[in-house]
Design a protein around this ligand. Structure first.
Ligand code: GDP
Length: 422
Protein backbone atom coordinates (compact mmCIF):
# COMPACT_ATOMS: atom_id res chain seq x y z
CA UNK A 1 0.00 0.00 0.00
CA UNK A 2 1.38 3.39 -1.00
CA UNK A 3 2.18 5.87 1.74
CA UNK A 4 -0.29 8.65 1.04
CA UNK A 5 1.96 11.23 2.66
CA UNK A 6 4.04 11.10 -0.51
CA UNK A 7 1.14 11.62 -2.89
CA UNK A 8 0.23 15.00 -4.37
CA UNK A 9 -2.87 15.61 -6.47
CA UNK A 10 -2.55 19.10 -7.85
CA UNK A 11 -3.58 21.27 -10.75
CA UNK A 12 -1.90 24.11 -12.57
CA UNK A 13 -4.29 27.00 -13.00
CA UNK A 14 -3.50 29.85 -15.34
CA UNK A 15 -4.98 32.37 -17.69
CA UNK A 16 -4.58 31.19 -21.26
CA UNK A 17 -1.08 31.85 -22.64
CA UNK A 18 0.59 32.24 -19.21
CA UNK A 19 2.58 29.06 -19.89
CA UNK A 20 0.64 26.19 -18.36
CA UNK A 21 1.34 23.78 -21.22
CA UNK A 22 5.03 24.67 -21.28
CA UNK A 23 5.29 24.24 -17.51
CA UNK A 24 3.51 20.87 -17.57
CA UNK A 25 5.80 19.72 -20.36
CA UNK A 26 8.87 20.76 -18.33
CA UNK A 27 7.59 18.93 -15.28
CA UNK A 28 7.03 15.75 -17.24
CA UNK A 29 10.37 16.03 -18.97
CA UNK A 30 12.12 16.58 -15.67
CA UNK A 31 10.32 13.93 -13.69
CA UNK A 32 10.43 11.51 -16.61
CA UNK A 33 14.16 11.78 -16.80
CA UNK A 34 14.64 11.34 -13.09
CA UNK A 35 12.26 8.42 -13.21
CA UNK A 36 14.22 6.67 -15.94
CA UNK A 37 17.76 7.29 -14.86
CA UNK A 38 17.71 8.28 -11.21
CA UNK A 39 19.38 11.54 -12.13
CA UNK A 40 18.99 14.42 -14.48
CA UNK A 41 21.04 14.12 -17.62
CA UNK A 42 22.84 16.72 -19.63
CA UNK A 43 21.53 18.51 -22.70
CA UNK A 44 22.10 15.52 -24.99
CA UNK A 45 19.63 13.39 -23.14
CA UNK A 46 17.12 16.21 -23.25
CA UNK A 47 16.91 15.96 -27.00
CA UNK A 48 16.48 12.18 -26.92
CA UNK A 49 13.68 12.57 -24.46
CA UNK A 50 11.91 15.10 -26.64
CA UNK A 51 12.24 12.80 -29.65
CA UNK A 52 10.62 10.01 -27.67
CA UNK A 53 7.83 12.31 -26.62
CA UNK A 54 7.13 13.14 -30.21
CA UNK A 55 7.12 9.49 -31.25
CA UNK A 56 4.82 8.23 -28.54
CA UNK A 57 2.60 11.24 -28.25
CA UNK A 58 2.74 13.17 -25.02
CA UNK A 59 -0.29 12.79 -22.80
CA UNK A 60 -0.29 16.24 -21.24
CA UNK A 61 -3.71 16.82 -22.75
CA UNK A 62 -5.02 14.07 -20.46
CA UNK A 63 -7.42 14.97 -17.67
CA UNK A 64 -4.77 13.71 -15.25
CA UNK A 65 -1.17 12.77 -15.85
CA UNK A 66 1.03 11.00 -13.33
CA UNK A 67 4.73 11.28 -12.59
CA UNK A 68 7.27 10.83 -9.83
CA UNK A 69 9.56 13.37 -8.25
CA UNK A 70 12.53 12.88 -5.97
CA UNK A 71 12.32 15.42 -3.18
CA UNK A 72 14.42 17.29 -2.26
CA UNK A 73 16.71 17.92 -5.20
CA UNK A 74 20.13 19.49 -4.90
CA UNK A 75 22.09 20.77 -7.87
CA UNK A 76 19.59 19.20 -10.20
CA UNK A 77 19.93 15.70 -8.75
CA UNK A 78 18.11 13.98 -5.93
CA UNK A 79 20.18 14.00 -2.74
CA UNK A 80 20.77 11.29 -0.17
CA UNK A 81 17.62 12.20 1.78
CA UNK A 82 15.41 12.29 -1.30
CA UNK A 83 12.08 10.56 -1.12
CA UNK A 84 9.97 9.51 -4.04
CA UNK A 85 6.79 11.56 -4.37
CA UNK A 86 3.89 10.57 -6.61
CA UNK A 87 2.20 13.35 -8.52
CA UNK A 88 -1.13 13.36 -10.29
CA UNK A 89 -1.38 16.60 -12.24
CA UNK A 90 -5.01 17.37 -12.93
CA UNK A 91 -5.88 19.44 -15.95
CA UNK A 92 -7.46 22.77 -15.05
CA UNK A 93 -8.82 24.51 -18.15
CA UNK A 94 -7.38 27.97 -18.77
CA UNK A 95 -10.12 29.47 -20.85
CA UNK A 96 -13.04 31.39 -19.34
CA UNK A 97 -15.57 29.34 -21.30
CA UNK A 98 -14.58 26.25 -19.36
CA UNK A 99 -15.51 27.50 -15.91
CA UNK A 100 -17.71 24.45 -15.40
CA UNK A 101 -14.76 22.20 -16.08
CA UNK A 102 -12.67 24.22 -13.63
CA UNK A 103 -15.31 23.47 -10.98
CA UNK A 104 -15.03 19.78 -11.72
CA UNK A 105 -11.26 19.78 -11.44
CA UNK A 106 -11.38 21.74 -8.16
CA UNK A 107 -13.46 18.94 -6.69
CA UNK A 108 -10.77 16.31 -7.28
CA UNK A 109 -7.51 18.14 -6.66
CA UNK A 110 -5.95 18.84 -3.26
CA UNK A 111 -3.69 21.76 -4.15
CA UNK A 112 -2.93 24.18 -6.92
CA UNK A 113 -0.01 25.89 -8.59
CA UNK A 114 -1.47 29.25 -9.61
CA UNK A 115 0.59 30.27 -12.60
CA UNK A 116 0.89 33.92 -13.62
CA UNK A 117 2.71 35.65 -16.41
CA UNK A 118 5.35 38.00 -14.97
CA UNK A 119 4.40 40.50 -17.66
CA UNK A 120 0.60 40.29 -17.59
CA UNK A 121 0.10 39.51 -13.89
CA UNK A 122 -3.39 38.80 -12.61
CA UNK A 123 -5.71 38.32 -15.59
CA UNK A 124 -9.47 37.65 -15.72
CA UNK A 125 -9.22 33.86 -15.69
CA UNK A 126 -6.75 33.96 -12.78
CA UNK A 127 -9.48 35.71 -10.81
CA UNK A 128 -12.17 33.19 -11.76
CA UNK A 129 -10.02 30.21 -10.81
CA UNK A 130 -8.87 31.94 -7.62
CA UNK A 131 -12.45 32.46 -6.47
CA UNK A 132 -13.30 28.84 -7.22
CA UNK A 133 -10.21 27.65 -5.35
CA UNK A 134 -11.29 29.79 -2.38
CA UNK A 135 -14.76 28.25 -2.52
CA UNK A 136 -13.34 24.74 -2.45
CA UNK A 137 -10.71 25.63 0.16
CA UNK A 138 -7.83 24.62 -2.12
CA UNK A 139 -4.36 25.57 -0.80
CA UNK A 140 -2.09 27.03 -3.45
CA UNK A 141 1.36 28.26 -4.30
CA UNK A 142 1.94 31.01 -6.85
CA UNK A 143 4.42 30.62 -9.69
CA UNK A 144 5.23 33.77 -11.65
CA UNK A 145 6.34 32.56 -15.06
CA UNK A 146 8.00 34.28 -18.04
CA UNK A 147 10.60 36.07 -15.91
CA UNK A 148 12.78 36.19 -19.03
CA UNK A 149 10.28 38.37 -20.93
CA UNK A 150 10.70 42.08 -21.32
CA UNK A 151 8.62 43.89 -18.70
CA UNK A 152 8.68 40.94 -16.26
CA UNK A 153 8.07 42.09 -12.69
CA UNK A 154 7.78 39.46 -9.96
CA UNK A 155 7.06 41.81 -7.06
CA UNK A 156 4.39 43.61 -9.05
CA UNK A 157 2.54 40.31 -9.52
CA UNK A 158 2.89 39.62 -5.78
CA UNK A 159 1.30 43.03 -5.18
CA UNK A 160 -1.51 42.28 -7.63
CA UNK A 161 -2.29 38.97 -5.93
CA UNK A 162 -2.62 40.87 -2.66
CA UNK A 163 -4.66 43.73 -4.04
CA UNK A 164 -6.75 42.15 -6.79
CA UNK A 165 -7.21 38.66 -5.34
CA UNK A 166 -7.20 39.63 -1.67
CA UNK A 167 -4.75 36.90 -0.63
CA UNK A 168 -1.65 37.31 1.48
CA UNK A 169 0.95 36.56 -1.15
CA UNK A 170 4.38 36.02 0.44
CA UNK A 171 7.54 35.78 -1.71
CA UNK A 172 9.77 32.79 -0.96
CA UNK A 173 12.30 33.97 -3.53
CA UNK A 174 13.63 37.08 -5.22
CA UNK A 175 14.73 36.95 -8.86
CA UNK A 176 18.39 37.38 -9.77
CA UNK A 177 18.45 39.52 -12.89
CA UNK A 178 15.47 40.11 -15.14
CA UNK A 179 14.38 39.79 -18.74
CA UNK A 180 17.21 38.56 -20.98
CA UNK A 181 19.45 38.51 -17.97
CA UNK A 182 17.14 36.49 -15.69
CA UNK A 183 19.56 34.00 -14.16
CA UNK A 184 17.88 32.49 -11.14
CA UNK A 185 16.57 33.26 -7.69
CA UNK A 186 17.66 33.93 -4.14
CA UNK A 187 15.85 31.49 -1.86
CA UNK A 188 14.68 33.56 1.12
CA UNK A 189 14.62 30.54 3.42
CA UNK A 190 18.09 29.08 2.81
CA UNK A 191 19.51 32.49 1.78
CA UNK A 192 21.24 30.80 -1.14
CA UNK A 193 21.35 31.95 -4.72
CA UNK A 194 20.34 29.41 -7.37
CA UNK A 195 21.44 29.96 -10.95
CA UNK A 196 20.15 27.69 -13.67
CA UNK A 197 22.63 26.62 -16.25
CA UNK A 198 21.92 27.96 -19.74
CA UNK A 199 24.22 25.36 -21.35
CA UNK A 200 22.12 22.44 -20.13
CA UNK A 201 18.85 24.24 -20.91
CA UNK A 202 18.29 24.70 -17.20
CA UNK A 203 18.52 20.99 -16.48
CA UNK A 204 21.16 21.71 -13.84
CA UNK A 205 21.84 24.61 -11.53
CA UNK A 206 24.51 25.88 -9.24
CA UNK A 207 24.46 27.57 -5.89
CA UNK A 208 25.93 31.05 -5.63
CA UNK A 209 26.25 33.60 -2.82
CA UNK A 210 23.59 36.31 -2.63
CA UNK A 211 24.65 39.01 -5.14
CA UNK A 212 26.11 41.97 -3.21
CA UNK A 213 23.59 44.47 -4.56
CA UNK A 214 20.69 42.30 -3.38
CA UNK A 215 21.72 41.76 0.24
CA UNK A 216 19.59 44.54 1.77
CA UNK A 217 16.53 43.66 -0.25
CA UNK A 218 16.93 39.96 0.59
CA UNK A 219 17.21 40.67 4.32
CA UNK A 220 14.13 42.83 4.18
CA UNK A 221 11.98 40.27 2.34
CA UNK A 222 13.26 37.43 4.49
CA UNK A 223 12.16 39.33 7.62
CA UNK A 224 8.76 39.93 6.01
CA UNK A 225 8.45 36.23 5.18
CA UNK A 226 9.30 35.07 8.69
CA UNK A 227 7.02 37.66 10.26
CA UNK A 228 4.17 36.73 7.92
CA UNK A 229 4.23 33.05 8.82
CA UNK A 230 5.02 33.65 12.50
CA UNK A 231 1.66 35.37 12.72
CA UNK A 232 0.05 31.93 12.48
CA UNK A 233 2.40 30.22 14.91
CA UNK A 234 2.69 31.52 18.49
CA UNK A 235 5.93 29.71 19.27
CA UNK A 236 7.56 31.06 16.16
CA UNK A 237 6.32 34.56 16.92
CA UNK A 238 7.98 34.38 20.34
CA UNK A 239 11.27 33.34 18.75
CA UNK A 240 10.87 36.04 16.13
CA UNK A 241 10.75 38.75 18.80
CA UNK A 242 13.56 37.23 20.87
CA UNK A 243 16.00 36.46 18.09
CA UNK A 244 14.82 36.07 14.48
CA UNK A 245 18.17 34.48 13.58
CA UNK A 246 17.49 31.55 15.91
CA UNK A 247 14.65 30.35 13.68
CA UNK A 248 15.76 27.33 11.66
CA UNK A 249 15.02 26.61 8.00
CA UNK A 250 12.89 23.64 9.01
CA UNK A 251 10.83 25.82 11.33
CA UNK A 252 10.17 28.29 8.52
CA UNK A 253 9.21 25.50 6.10
CA UNK A 254 6.83 24.05 8.68
CA UNK A 255 5.25 27.44 9.32
CA UNK A 256 4.90 28.16 5.58
CA UNK A 257 3.24 24.77 5.15
CA UNK A 258 0.82 25.34 8.00
CA UNK A 259 -0.15 28.83 6.80
CA UNK A 260 -0.50 27.57 3.21
CA UNK A 261 -2.71 24.64 4.20
CA UNK A 262 -5.13 26.79 6.15
CA UNK A 263 -5.21 29.34 3.28
CA UNK A 264 -3.66 32.12 5.39
CA UNK A 265 -0.88 32.76 2.89
CA UNK A 266 0.06 32.00 -0.70
CA UNK A 267 3.82 31.39 -1.08
CA UNK A 268 5.11 32.99 -4.28
CA UNK A 269 7.93 31.74 -6.50
CA UNK A 270 9.17 32.73 -9.92
CA UNK A 271 10.91 31.41 -12.98
CA UNK A 272 10.73 30.83 -16.68
CA UNK A 273 9.33 27.52 -17.76
CA UNK A 274 10.31 28.25 -21.35
CA UNK A 275 13.96 28.50 -20.26
CA UNK A 276 13.43 25.68 -17.76
CA UNK A 277 14.29 27.83 -14.77
CA UNK A 278 12.45 27.58 -11.49
CA UNK A 279 10.29 24.57 -12.30
CA UNK A 280 12.42 22.33 -10.08
CA UNK A 281 12.09 24.57 -7.02
CA UNK A 282 8.33 24.84 -7.63
CA UNK A 283 8.10 21.02 -7.55
CA UNK A 284 10.02 20.89 -4.30
CA UNK A 285 7.49 23.44 -2.97
CA UNK A 286 4.61 21.20 -4.10
CA UNK A 287 6.07 18.44 -1.89
CA UNK A 288 6.82 20.80 0.99
CA UNK A 289 3.71 22.92 1.19
CA UNK A 290 0.76 21.41 -0.68
CA UNK A 291 -1.43 18.83 1.05
CA UNK A 292 -1.40 15.07 0.60
CA UNK A 293 -4.73 13.18 0.43
CA UNK A 294 -4.51 12.57 4.18
CA UNK A 295 -4.05 16.28 4.94
CA UNK A 296 -7.42 17.26 3.51
CA UNK A 297 -10.74 16.92 5.33
CA UNK A 298 -12.53 13.54 5.17
CA UNK A 299 -14.86 13.12 2.23
CA UNK A 300 -18.53 13.64 2.97
CA UNK A 301 -21.26 11.96 0.93
CA UNK A 302 -24.80 10.75 1.38
CA UNK A 303 -26.43 7.34 1.57
CA UNK A 304 -28.50 7.16 -1.65
CA UNK A 305 -31.18 5.10 0.11
CA UNK A 306 -31.67 7.04 3.32
CA UNK A 307 -30.11 10.44 2.57
CA UNK A 308 -28.00 10.10 5.73
CA UNK A 309 -24.57 11.69 5.75
CA UNK A 310 -21.59 9.35 5.36
CA UNK A 311 -17.97 10.27 6.02
CA UNK A 312 -15.11 8.42 4.37
CA UNK A 313 -11.41 8.56 5.15
CA UNK A 314 -8.66 8.31 2.55
CA UNK A 315 -7.97 4.76 3.64
CA UNK A 316 -7.85 1.46 1.74
CA UNK A 317 -9.68 -0.27 4.58
CA UNK A 318 -12.83 1.77 3.97
CA UNK A 319 -15.39 0.72 1.32
CA UNK A 320 -14.59 1.82 -2.22
CA UNK A 321 -15.88 5.24 -3.32
CA UNK A 322 -14.77 7.30 -6.31
CA UNK A 323 -15.91 10.26 -8.39
CA UNK A 324 -15.76 10.30 -12.18
CA UNK A 325 -14.65 13.78 -13.20
CA UNK A 326 -13.85 13.55 -16.88
CA UNK A 327 -14.81 11.24 -19.73
CA UNK A 328 -12.39 11.22 -22.66
CA UNK A 329 -11.89 9.21 -25.78
CA UNK A 330 -8.40 7.93 -26.34
CA UNK A 331 -7.34 6.79 -29.83
CA UNK A 332 -5.72 3.65 -28.41
CA UNK A 333 -7.93 2.46 -25.59
CA UNK A 334 -11.32 3.99 -26.36
CA UNK A 335 -13.51 5.59 -23.73
CA UNK A 336 -11.70 6.49 -20.53
CA UNK A 337 -13.44 7.58 -17.36
CA UNK A 338 -11.04 9.55 -15.17
CA UNK A 339 -11.88 9.14 -11.53
CA UNK A 340 -10.55 9.98 -8.12
CA UNK A 341 -10.66 7.21 -5.56
CA UNK A 342 -11.57 8.72 -2.19
CA UNK A 343 -11.71 5.54 -0.11
CA UNK A 344 -11.09 1.83 -0.43
CA UNK A 345 -9.57 0.09 -3.42
CA UNK A 346 -10.67 -0.96 -6.90
CA UNK A 347 -9.20 -3.97 -8.70
CA UNK A 348 -9.07 -4.23 -12.47
CA UNK A 349 -11.64 -6.78 -13.64
CA UNK A 350 -13.97 -6.19 -10.71
CA UNK A 351 -17.48 -4.71 -10.58
CA UNK A 352 -18.53 -1.32 -9.25
CA UNK A 353 -21.88 0.26 -8.68
CA UNK A 354 -22.66 3.44 -10.58
CA UNK A 355 -24.86 5.02 -7.93
CA UNK A 356 -26.70 7.33 -10.35
CA UNK A 357 -27.74 4.64 -12.83
CA UNK A 358 -28.04 1.94 -10.17
CA UNK A 359 -26.15 -0.41 -12.52
CA UNK A 360 -23.21 -2.62 -11.75
CA UNK A 361 -20.45 -2.40 -14.33
CA UNK A 362 -17.26 -4.30 -14.89
CA UNK A 363 -14.02 -2.32 -15.05
CA UNK A 364 -11.97 -4.20 -17.61
CA UNK A 365 -8.83 -2.13 -17.17
CA UNK A 366 -7.45 0.66 -14.99
CA UNK A 367 -4.93 2.98 -16.62
CA UNK A 368 -2.50 5.55 -15.31
CA UNK A 369 -1.34 8.18 -17.79
CA UNK A 370 2.36 8.98 -17.85
CA UNK A 371 4.13 11.44 -20.12
CA UNK A 372 5.15 8.88 -22.67
CA UNK A 373 3.05 5.84 -21.93
CA UNK A 374 -0.26 4.62 -20.60
CA UNK A 375 0.28 2.05 -17.92
CA UNK A 376 -2.37 -0.50 -17.04
CA UNK A 377 -2.38 -1.08 -13.27
CA UNK A 378 -3.89 -3.97 -11.30
CA UNK A 379 -5.66 -1.79 -8.78
CA UNK A 380 -6.05 1.75 -7.51
CA UNK A 381 -6.30 2.85 -3.90
CA UNK A 382 -7.74 5.71 -1.86
CA UNK A 383 -6.16 9.09 -2.62
CA UNK A 384 -5.12 8.19 -6.16
CA UNK A 385 -6.39 9.15 -9.61
CA UNK A 386 -6.65 6.92 -12.68
CA UNK A 387 -8.81 6.18 -15.72
CA UNK A 388 -11.19 3.23 -16.00
CA UNK A 389 -11.90 1.36 -19.23
CA UNK A 390 -15.04 -0.71 -19.69
CA UNK A 391 -17.95 1.47 -18.66
CA UNK A 392 -21.00 1.10 -20.86
CA UNK A 393 -22.71 4.16 -19.48
CA UNK A 394 -21.03 6.82 -17.41
CA UNK A 395 -21.20 10.61 -17.01
CA UNK A 396 -18.98 13.16 -15.33
CA UNK A 397 -20.02 13.61 -11.73
CA UNK A 398 -21.09 9.96 -11.29
CA UNK A 399 -20.14 8.27 -8.04
CA UNK A 400 -18.64 4.80 -8.31
CA UNK A 401 -19.17 2.78 -5.20
CA UNK A 402 -18.83 -0.53 -3.44
CA UNK A 403 -22.21 -2.20 -4.02
CA UNK A 404 -22.67 -3.20 -0.39
CA UNK A 405 -21.87 0.31 0.87
CA UNK A 406 -23.43 2.74 -1.59
CA UNK A 407 -22.58 6.42 -1.29
CA UNK A 408 -23.24 9.51 -3.39
CA UNK A 409 -20.21 11.76 -3.32
CA UNK A 410 -21.38 14.60 -5.41
CA UNK A 411 -22.35 17.29 -2.97
CA UNK A 412 -21.94 19.98 -5.53
CA UNK A 413 -23.99 20.73 -8.58
CA UNK A 414 -21.93 20.12 -11.70
CA UNK A 415 -23.89 21.36 -14.69
CA UNK A 416 -23.01 20.08 -18.13
CA UNK A 417 -21.64 22.81 -20.40
CA UNK A 418 -24.43 24.44 -22.39
CA UNK A 419 -23.79 24.22 -26.10
CA UNK A 420 -25.64 26.83 -28.08
CA UNK A 421 -27.05 25.57 -31.38
CA UNK A 422 -27.28 28.25 -34.01
P1 GDP B 1 -0.89 28.08 -21.91
O1 GDP B 1 -1.93 28.65 -22.82
O2 GDP B 1 -0.98 28.66 -20.54
O3 GDP B 1 -0.84 26.59 -21.89
O4 GDP B 1 0.51 28.65 -22.45
P2 GDP B 1 1.66 27.93 -23.29
O5 GDP B 1 2.47 27.03 -22.43
O6 GDP B 1 1.09 27.37 -24.54
O7 GDP B 1 2.58 29.20 -23.60
C1 GDP B 1 2.11 30.29 -24.35
C2 GDP B 1 3.26 30.93 -25.07
O8 GDP B 1 4.17 31.50 -24.12
C3 GDP B 1 4.07 29.95 -25.90
O9 GDP B 1 4.49 30.59 -27.07
C4 GDP B 1 5.26 29.63 -25.00
O10 GDP B 1 6.41 29.27 -25.74
C5 GDP B 1 5.47 30.95 -24.28
N1 GDP B 1 6.06 30.77 -22.96
C6 GDP B 1 5.69 29.90 -21.97
N2 GDP B 1 6.47 30.04 -20.89
C7 GDP B 1 7.35 31.02 -21.17
C8 GDP B 1 8.43 31.62 -20.46
O11 GDP B 1 8.75 31.29 -19.32
N3 GDP B 1 9.11 32.62 -21.12
C9 GDP B 1 8.80 33.02 -22.38
N4 GDP B 1 9.52 33.99 -22.92
N5 GDP B 1 7.81 32.47 -23.08
C10 GDP B 1 7.09 31.49 -22.49
Amino acid sequence: MADLKFQRNFGIAAHIDAGKTTTTERILRYTGMIHRTGEVHDGGATTDWMEQEKERGITITSAAVSCQWQFPTVLGTPNADSKKYYFNIIDTPGHVDFTVEVERSMRVLDGLIALFSAVDGVEPQSETVWRQANRYGVPRIGFVNKMDRSGADFLNVVKQVREMLGSKAVPLQLPIGAEDNFLGVVDLITLKGIIWDAETEGMTYKEVPIPADMVDEVNDWRAQLVEAVAEYDDQLMEKFFEDPNSISEDEIHAAVRKATLDLSIVPMMCGSSFKNKGVQTALDAVCRYLPSPVDIPDTVGTDPNTGAEITRKADVKEPFAALAFKIMTDPFVGRLAFFRCYSGRLDAGSYVLNVRSGKKERISRIMKMFANKQNPVDFIEAGDIAAAVGFKEIKTGDTLSDEAHPITLENMFIPEPVIAIA
